[in-house]
Design a protein around this ligand. Structure first.
Ligand SMILES: [Zn+2]
Length: 247
């Protein structure tokens, strides 16, 4: 076969079978709900039929009857996994919260009860990018030297209390107001680059961290999330359900 023809065939094959589409999986995760923004997320997930995990806060679930209804609605969606993101969200005092392993476990178990979750429960600890899964373990590399030991609970004990703990690979960052920082286009470019470099906790798998409050109407929540999912689908990314992540 002459070289130019072979080259053309290679290009054609590449276009027909994108190199490693099956190995490029994105896990959408949303933290801190139920909050304003959660119903927009559920609307979009339902319309686009993609799996996602909502790491919910027990205290937020109890805050109103509307929030209780959101938990119930999310639980009724087959593609949605409800995860545990603690009862209190550490009241945002991480140092105090994480100095007491048994207190952390008690708080997590209380969220199980409120959210109606039974072990093994998929969970994300508030403010901690920590993994404890059957096949792997990763600590939070963002903690400073002074924090290590002092506000580092015994994660093995937490996991052994009935939790698979998940951190994240990349974040759609938001301002204090909840306003998303990256545009959808910018975020998709970042994701493309990350798959180019491949520095993930698990090869070919990207856990994307987002927060429910980013998807309020005031930030064009439904449009942003729909556009993100459409753009990722166009690039042949696969969407994964977190319960299959460690498989
Ligand atoms: Zn959180």
């Amino acid at each position: 076969m002459v070289a130019p023809l072979r080259f053309a065939l290679t290009i054609l094959l590449f276009l027909a079978f994108p190199a490693d589409a099956a190995q490029r999986t994105i896990y959408l995760t949303f933290d801190d709900g139920p909050l304003d923004g959660t119903s927009n997320i559920l609307d979009v997930l339902e319309a686009k039929q993609v799996p996602a995990t909502l790491f919910m806060v027990g205290m937020h679930a109890q805050a109103s009857s509307a929030n209780k209804a959101l938990v119930k609605r999310a639980k009724g969606l087959p593609l949605v996994t409800i995860g545990n993101h603690s009862y209190s969200h550490a009241y945002n005092h991480y140092r105090h919260f994480y100095s007491d392993t048994e207190g952390v476990v008690a708080d997590m178990l209380m969220a199980n009860a409120v959210l109606g979750l039974k072990p093994v429960v998929h969970a994300r600890l508030p403010g901690r990018d920590v993994f404890r899964l059957p096949s792997m373990s990763k600590n939070d590399n963002s903690l400073g030297q002074a924090q290590i030991g002092r506000e580092d609970p015994d994660y093995e004990f937490v996991a052994a209390s009935g939790f698979y703990l998940y951190g994240w690979d990349h974040e759609w960052v938001h301002e204090d107001s909840g306003k998303p920082v990256q545009s959808v286009d910018h975020l998709v470019t970042e994701i493309d680059h990350l798959f180019g470099y491949g520095h993930f906790v698990k090869p070919g798998k990207l856990i994307l961290l987002m927060h429910d409050e980013m998807f309020r109407d005031v930030f064009d929540g439904k449009t942003n999330l729909t556009n993100l999912i459409n753009a990722l689908k166009q690039r042949n990314y696969t969407f994964g359900a977190l319960p299959g992540y460690d498989g």
